[in-house]
Design a protein around this ligand. Structure first.
Ligand code: 3HC
Length: 280
């Protein structure tokens, strides 16, 4: 197998690196500082240890998987990879600067994928000289557990790039489903209005947070209630995606609940800050 490069060792990037290494790829995992890499590798180890406990993986296999991941702060080390997956912060300027660098560093045929949840693939692709080789690979959190990769074709993405990524997804053990490049793609266009509606229900006093979550969990068989899921995703992420939907479609049905905006302003971003709709 070839080399699989992942840029960004946060929650999503470390999950993607884990899945690629487990599938047998040599992985280059790049972040800007050693402490981010250490944190990412610790997350990968503890996620794999769950499988050791369940006897789905031996300790020796866990060590082999970890040994296939080469952490680095040098972007130039991604140059020989067959695929580069970007999973850095959800900010267009940051992604554009990175894609321009990747475009200069890698051979023109290398596929450059982005794990963006809401930024236009077409816009990111247009910052490079190879828009045909740029594509969205939207993994779901937690990456090692969720079976889906939403694959998003930008306006200029070629058929061969799309086919390569579908085949790559299968090698990772994921199911790839294809969407075109419109705001929120499919997953967040449908998920975020539901989470937002749950927030409005709370805001308007229709029910308590526990009742709203319990009704959706027990009544619809969702693994998490919508407020718990929003906290899990991050309220800042939810707000950013809702704003992309609102601006992209110009339709008031996507307006973010004022309670969500207020919590984000307060720094209550969900599980990662210890407080969101719940306290952690
Ligand atoms: N690494 C490895 N395994 C993990 C894990 C991780 N980080 N987190 C959970 N697991 C495993 C557990 O070990 C367990 O495995 P088992 O069934 O074989 O024993 C299984 O997943 C279930 O975990 P738990 O028993 O600990 O807890 P739950 O049953 O509550 O499941 C959950 C946890 C999988 C997170 C589940 O609650 C769930 O599916 N929640 C919804 C997640 C979701 O909707 N994600 C998508 C978010 S949207 C997104 O990512 C897009 C973005 O653009 C916003």
């Amino acid at each position: 197998m070839g080399t699989f490069a992942v840029i960004g060792a946060g929650t999503m990037g470390s999950g993607i690196a884990q899945v690629a290494a487990r599938a047998g790829f040599q992985v280059v995992l790049r972040d800007v500082a050693p402490e981010y890499l250490d944190r990412g590798l610790a997350t990968i180890r503890s996620s794999l240890e769950r499988d050791v406990k369940k006897e789905r993986l031996t300790v020796a296999q866990l060590e082999e998987i970890l040994a296939r991941i080469r952490p680095t702060t040098e972007l130039a080390e991604v140059a020989g990879a067959e695929i580069v997956v970007e999973a850095i912060i959800e900010n267009f300027e940051a992604k554009a600067a990175l894609f321009r660098e990747l475009d200069a560093l890698t051979p023109p045929e290398t596929v450059l994928a982005t794990n963006t949840s809401s930024i236009s693939i077409t816009r990111i692709a247009a910052t490079t000289k190879r828009p045909a080789q740029v594509i969205g690979m939207h993994f779901m959190n937690p990456v090692p557990v969720m079976p889906l990769v939403e694959v998003i074709r930008g306006c200029a993405t070629s058929e061969s790039t799309a086919n390569y990524v579908l085949e790559l997804g299968a090698r990772l053990g994921k199911t790839c489903l294809m969407a075109n490049d419109f705001p929120g793609f499919v997953s967040n266009r449908i998920l975020m209005p539901m989470l937002n509606e749950a927030m409005f229900a709370l805001y308007e006093g229709v029910a308590t947070r526990e009742a709203i979550d319990g009704i959706m969990k027990l009544g619809m068989n969702h693994p998490m209630g919508p407020l718990t899921l929003a906290d899990f995703i991050g309220l800042d992420v939810c707000l950013a995606i809702l704003d992309v939907l609102y601006e992209g479609f110009g339709d008031p049905k996507y307006r973010a609940c004022p309670l969500l905006r207020q919590y984000v302003a307060a720094g209550w971003l969900g599980r990662k800050t210890g407080r969101g709709f719940y306290e952690y």
